[in-house]
Design a protein around this ligand. Structure first.
Ligand code: NAD
Ligand code: MLT
Length: 543
């Protein structure tokens, strides 16, 4: 049974999906203190939040059961992503459900600002009839700058074009051609776009690159009488700079739905600034948007917990349920190669690792296979809970560089994953393929080609190829009651250097290992333990 904790108000449609899904148990509690959230997370496999819950490092650290965080909404700035990733927790959001509502709210704010709707309403309710004081400005023919041309930015531009406005846009990840298809003139420089508009609206995420994007310096460059709208995240427009510019009259008006601190404190400078329209983070607050994000959040958490689907993840590559079924043998190969090489390198310090995907393997989501390999390689590091989400971050933090390359050429096998680990004691390498659809085979160890099973107890002995050695091994392990399930030999020339891999049915005893090492043709003996054939991947929730 997977337990899903919900700490913010989630619309009933999503709750119903969760409650009616076999295998899911819902723990729906709002208004928890941070300490209560931390406690509740200890027994949760997943959590759904909106903007009311802040998942700080203190709440996420050491949460061993928690596997997934779903943000019912777009912004994940209330989730500490580095900590979630380090803890191996997948973070997902629902990017599309509230796009239209937020775009409509942005346009509403722009219109309310232009026609002084809120101030005129307050004035009338105070018993006045002041038609001159509230003369507005027409939108048609004016230029609107849209900063951030993602889902909401483009939806705002589309609506503003309907109002006969001219649209200029800025987004470092958008091409001029694609912007033009949306009727937008792309401006390449944020310092230029601020000089080219009568209205400016921001629709970027809040991150280190966008915090204070619209600051005092850029506001000073804007046309006198410009109007500023922020329905994205508090802090993209510098609040103090905006308050000053409203007071000086350089900015004719502003409309804000979001604030650095929500709710803003009573003495916040903006609350005393003139010509300001404010709403309390209402962009996505429509019945339709709340229902859409609630349903989407429920569906993606169920998909993840029950079917290992990864949709809209912000710290893992997305993968559908069908793709996951196809990818499982490859993830398994990656994981087992990582485990194998981490045991062969013994105490040597790993500097880097490189993977090469050939043939069919090269057509898969290789970044995920690399992550699976890294989770195997890092499994013996002192971290508990290394998984496909955090392995590469943990490797990076230890200065281990993991690289991959692909070749569609098939070579000797229709599919091949090769891995090399570079350590201060030299390089260790191995390669694996899949026979049929699921039989994983170790087909290369160092320079030697062979064909061994990639599961269970492996004993490897390096030796000089000579008659009688295989019989000797059989006798030793027979005497110690260890059954040999399979033997694979790799050599280049008869009588030369060779390696053999024995797949054993049980762990070899220290006595048997000591005895096989006594043979004068044996130069080194190593053991490796891998999961049994077909064992579920430890970090894959549904096996
Ligand atoms: P999105 O990911 O579709 O779009 C964001 C865009 O910003 C992307 O195109 C990206 O390329 C662009 N971008 C990133 N850095 C940039 C930079 N430095 N300069 C210019 N552009 C940059 O996201 P979205 O769904 O359109 O959401 C936009 C914002 O609206 C987010 O901050 C989200 O949290 C917020 N939001 C607010 C509400 C609300 O209730 N007020 C509702 C939904 C979303
Ligand atoms: C979002 O990021 O989706 C918005 O802030 C809406 C919300 O969740 O309140």
């Amino acid at each position: 049974m997977f337990r899903v904790l919900i700490t913010d108000n989630l619309a009933p449609a999503g709750l119903k999906i969760l409650q009616e899904t076999p295998g899911i148990e819902v723990d729906n509690r709002s208004k928890l203190t941070p300490a209560e959230v931390r406690e509740a997370l200890k027994t949760a496999d997943g959590i759904i939040i909106r903007s009311g819950t802040e998942l700080t490092p203190e709440l996420l650290e050491g949460q061993q059961r928690l596997k997934v965080i779903v943000r019912a909404g777009v912004g994940v700035d209330n989730i500490n992503l580095p900590t979630a990733t380090r803890e191996g927790i997948v973070v997902m959001n629902t990017p599309t459900g509230n796009t239209t509502s937020t775009a409509e709210h942005t346009v509403t704010m722009m219109m309310a600002l232009s026609r002084n709707v809120a101030a005129a309403d307050a004035s009338m309710k105070a018993g006045k009839w002041d038609r001159n004081k509230f003369k507005g400005t027409q939108l048609a023919g004016k230029t609107l700058a849209v900063v951030g041309l993602g889902r909401i930015g483009l939806a705002v531009a589309k609506r503003a074009i309907g109002l006969e406005m001219n649209i200029v846009g800025y987004d470092p990840f958008m091409s001029a051609e694609r912007a033009a298809e949306h009727g937008i003139e792309l401006i390449r420089d944020v310092d230029e776009i601020v000089t080219r508009c009568d209205y400016i609206t921001v629709h970027t995420p809040l991150d280190d690159g966008t915090r204070g994007l619209i600051n005092a310096e850029r506001i000073a460059k804007m046309r006198k009488g410009v109007r500023i709208i922020n329905c994205a995240r508090g802090g993209i427009v510098d609040e103090t700079a905006l308050a000053d510019a409203l007071k000086s009259g350089h900015v004719a008006g502003a409309a804000l739905d979001v604030f650095v601190e929500e709710p803003p404190s009573a003495d916040h400078p903006l609350l005393k600034a003139p010509n300001l329209v404010l709403t309390p983070h209402l962009g996505a607050s429509t019945e339709e948007a709340q229902e859409a994000v609630s349903v989407e959040a429920a569906e993606i958490i169920v998909g993840f917990l029950i079917r290992s689907e990864v949709r809209h993840a912000v710290n893992l590559i997305p993968i559908s349920g069908a793709e996951m079924a196809d990818m499982k043998p490859y993830l398994d190969i990656g994981y087992r190669l990582g485990l194998l090489l981490s045991q062969l390198k013994k105490s040597a310090h790993v500097k880097s690792a490189r993977l090469l995907y050939r043939g069919d393997a090269a057509t898969k989501k290789t970044k995920l296979i690399t992550a699976a390999f890294t989770s195997g390689l890092m499994a013996s590091a002192d971290d508990s809970g290394v998984n496909i989400v955090n392995a590469e971050m943990l490797a990076r933090e230890r200065g281990i560089e993991i690289t991959e390359s692909s070749s569609s050429e098939r070579g000797d096998f229709s599919t091949l994953v090769s891995a090399t680990v570079v350590t201060d004691a030299g390089e260790f390498s191995a390669a694996s393929t899949i026979f049929g659809n699921q039989f994983l085979r170790l087909v290369k160890l160092g320079d030697f080609h062979l064909d061994a099973y990639l599961d269970g107890h492996l004993l490897m002995y390096h030796h000089i190829d000579a008659p009688g050695l295989i019989g000797f091994m059989g006798t030793v392990f027979g005497k110690h009651n260890v059954n040999i399930a399979h033997l694979a030999l790799g050599r280049k020339v008869a009588g030369g250097q060779a390696v053999a891999v024995l797949n054993l049915d049980g762990a070899p005893t220290p006595e048997s290992l000591a005895e096989v090492s006594t043979h004068d043709k044996v130069t080194a003996v190593e053991t490796v333990q891998l999961p049994a054939a077909g064992a579920p991947l430890p970090w894959l929730i549904s096996g």
